[in-house]
Design a protein around this ligand. Structure first.
Ligand code: 16G
Length: 240
């Protein structure tokens, strides 16, 4: 399978072979890659060449090394399109995945000064505080802390927040969601995120904060989400 007469460097040929095995499903995410020695013997090439190919694929994030264990095929990340104001439930359904929620906490609390300002309500006005793990196909994707103005979005229940909040707002309450502003930050997972997202210590997470308004301009939610950086990537179309 390696053409030694080809002007294409051998390490590059091997890289392409490994990539196509990942793409056509011969190698699956999480699988261990055969060892350098196995490749070298099987293809009759030097281990140095194999190492070069593997290192390049590690750098390109197709593979990752685990100390003392070997080299593994990296999970494909979900690509979230940011060109629209969608909910987690909609995002997952759009790609044929089954969304679910694990409710960690749901209560009504008085808004502190900062949340009151962000939600444009008086300090101590009631807000819902909702903490949910958001799962796709039963895999935790994000930890989400949502603050919703309770005088505006009335009647939230356990059952509703275990499903889709946006669907409740639009289909049950008949309100229209208008626009949002969102910030993104790279961070290292804190203890809570490590536990709920089932990720190793020191894992990177994508932290984002969304403030969302109804069509009439009233802010109804402030949401802080931490998405697993090993599972998620974001896509945006840019025009000039
Ligand atoms: C998304 C939104 C969040 C919204 C939620 C509603 C981000 C960063 N956040 O997770 O602001 O509250 O969807 O989801 O995208 P639901 O309708 O499925 O409950």
């Amino acid at each position: 399978m390696i053409d030694k007469q080809s002007p294409i460097p051998i390490y590059h040929q091997l890289e392409e072979q490994i990539k196509s095995k990942i793409e056509n499903g011969d190698y699956n995410p999480g699988d261990a890659l055969p060892s350098e020695r196995e490749y070298a013997e099987q293809l009759n090439i030097s281990r140095m060449t194999v190492r070069q190919a593997i290192t390049n694929l590690v750098n390109e994030r197709y593979l990752h090394r685990v100390k003392g264990k070997g080299t593994f095929i990296t999970e494909q990340k979900l690509e979230q399109n940011l060109n629209g104001l969608t909910s987690f439930t909609e995002d997952m359904k759009a790609r044929g995945m089954d969304p679910s929620n694990k409710l960690i906490n749901f209560e009504m609390i008085p808004a502190n000064q900062s949340l009151a300002e962000q939600l444009d309500i008086p300090e101590h006005a009631p807000i819902y505080e909702i903490k949910r793990i958001r799962l796709a196909e039963n895999i935790p994707m994000a930890l989400e802390r949502t603050y919703i103005s309770a005088n505006l979005i009335k009647g939230l229940t356990d059952n509703i927040v275990q499903n889709s909040i946006y669907q409740y707002i639009e289909n049950e309450m008949g309100l229209k969601i208008g626009k949002a502003s969102q910030i993104f930050e790279a961070t290292i997972a804190n203890e809570e995120e490590i536990e709920y997202l089932e990720i190793p210590e020191q894992s990177p997470v994508l932290f984002m904060k969304r403030t969302t308004q109804l069509e009439n301009g009233t802010t109804f939610e402030v949401v802080k989400s931490s998405y697993r950086a090993d599972r998620y990537k974001f896509m945006l179309d840019l025009e000039r």
